[in-house]
Design a protein around this ligand. Sequence first.
Ligand code: ZN
Ligand code: ZN
Length: 695
Amino acid sequence: MKKILILTAGFGDGHNAAARNVRDALEQSPAEVEVTVADLYERSYKKLNIIAKQAYLGAVRYAPQLWGGFFKLLDHAPWLADGRGMAGLHRSLSQLIEETQPDCVVSTYPAYGQLIQSLYRDHCERPFRLVTIITDSRSVNSLWYRAGSDRFVVCDPATAEVLRQAGVEEKAIAALGFPVSPEFAVPPKELPECPTRGQRLRVLYVINTGQKKCGKAIDRLLEIPNVELTVTVGRYAELKEKLARRSQAHDGRLHLLGWTNQMPQLLMRSHVVIGKAGGASVQEAIAARCPMIINQVIPGQEEGNANIIRDANIGVVADGRKEVARWVERLAQDGGEQWLQWRRQIEKISRPDAALRIAALILEECEAANQVGRPEKFPALPRAVNVLPTAIPTPSKMVTLAMRAQLARNKTGPLLCDFHVHTNYSDGKLTVSEVVDFYGARSFDCICITDHWTDPRRLIGKLARLTPLTLSYDQVEEYFEVIAREAKRAWRRYGMLLLTGLEFNKDGPTRKSSAHLLGVDLKLPISPRHDLMETITRIHAQGGLAVAAHPHLMKSEWAKETLYLWDNQDKFAPVIDAWEIANRNNLFTPVSLRRLPFLANSDFHKPKHIYSWKTLLNCEKEAEAIKACIRRNENVSITLYRGEETPGVVEVASQMLEQPPLPFSRGASAAKQLANAFGPRSSPMGDGLASGVRR
Ligand code: ZN
Ligand code: ZN
């Protein structure tokens, strides 16, 4: 078993992306690995960190020049980011190292090199190898290399040269490319061909922070004939709603996507991408061999990235939306000449498999660490240097993630389940992978994701405003793919079953004509246009469960009440597999009076909803057994989940989720980091129910 600790930070673009992609690549390798990703700033400062991040985003949006200045200052004033005096970071790091006992530590953030150096300052050699992945290119802040590292991974030969000039040893430098997602190494279904007359130019437009005028930019781009535009708006649901009104005008040439997990595929199928010069964004475009039109550059930090595009002649830096449009016009109209030129250049430098190569290098370093003769137990860490005493890890903390997952997979006894969970594919706050980490860290055994799925014919009048709140037609296939992919990770990492589902929202003008129906464990999408009976037939045809969601009167002012199924029990009771006897904090006693088969779910939309009613099933931990148990409705009980007492966590999570993440940074955010931060500390499998759930 090789143990790897990846250190990252949520500031700026690229650190989290690099950390996540290297983790994914390591987890794909056939070697037995245990990877821990941690944000030390997150662990150490929590609330303060939120303020710092907001300050960063604010500075970038309103005073980019100021941020540029700060960045240069960092380069000359080591004390600003020095580990000394930062007791919180020290404490977190030494604690993490004791918990994870890594063979190799991987740093994706410049300040960690010095932190590690100062931790082992007066001490014997550090007992692990250190690999530093430099996420900047060309304009490399000296913080990255000042403290030394066993290996430095850089994204291109020019950056390697910068390091050499600064005196870094040749053999320590590896120019392997930027660690983009390993998915870039999988060839796309559909490649862009040369855009010639009559064929559409596929343009991908990634909306970034603070782009208020993107509506006008979109209109301008669609004035160009033969342009097909895909726009991703990230988590800006309001913006998506605003743009949705616009899109009706453009005969199917505008595709509007909210949050997407398919950025690699989108980039690989596009002719050109318009976006900001973030480190990860530029590198992803290069990996996808998709030329880039840059529409925003943060001075200092991102200038190097913009220069890559300029110098390699694989796109342009455009000044303002008019110039962006002029370049798109040129690409669409010169018979493909300009595009072919860029494309040929980009193919020369593209490294789509960089994350896999970096993973191989890290595994090599782990080998090296073991050959040197790793001490049986790590030497105690120095505690004198401004470090407060670290807590001695309790046995439960020492239970490693891999052992925990193994125990979870073989678990017998009551399974803790939640079959009604929303993600940001509809109106939930978390991404699918954040939901997996959130529930996984809380030792759940089985959950089903059920995003809202609505018949467009019913979206009349003001209801049409709800469009961004339901899963969109453009993304339903992606939704199934992503959940299937995450299901594998959930099983491997947490021993948790993840099922795909949909919540069919059949809303009429009154509560008596409205019904919400869950399809649990679906293999394929089912059209939302069928009536309820036909929908249930199709759910059953796939082996799924049809569950009546919140079937009775609810005690909350916001909820839309849905009584249609209840009022028509004669017709539906024979075909419904279970009725929600509890939905979040509502209990429906009539379900018990009628002796109907029951389930309890949280109707999860955001972290605080975890504290609500759940189902316990006494059956084998396997999808078919779970469904059979629900159908028979024997050995089913409900429980009010209270989880572990972690004051402040929920508050922090929800606050952090208010902020939009940086563009291109898929999936990394508060909940994941929280899961990482709290995961190893939660109780080992098996006692989750005893300590975590009040019966
Ligand atoms: Zn509902
Ligand atoms: Zn729901």
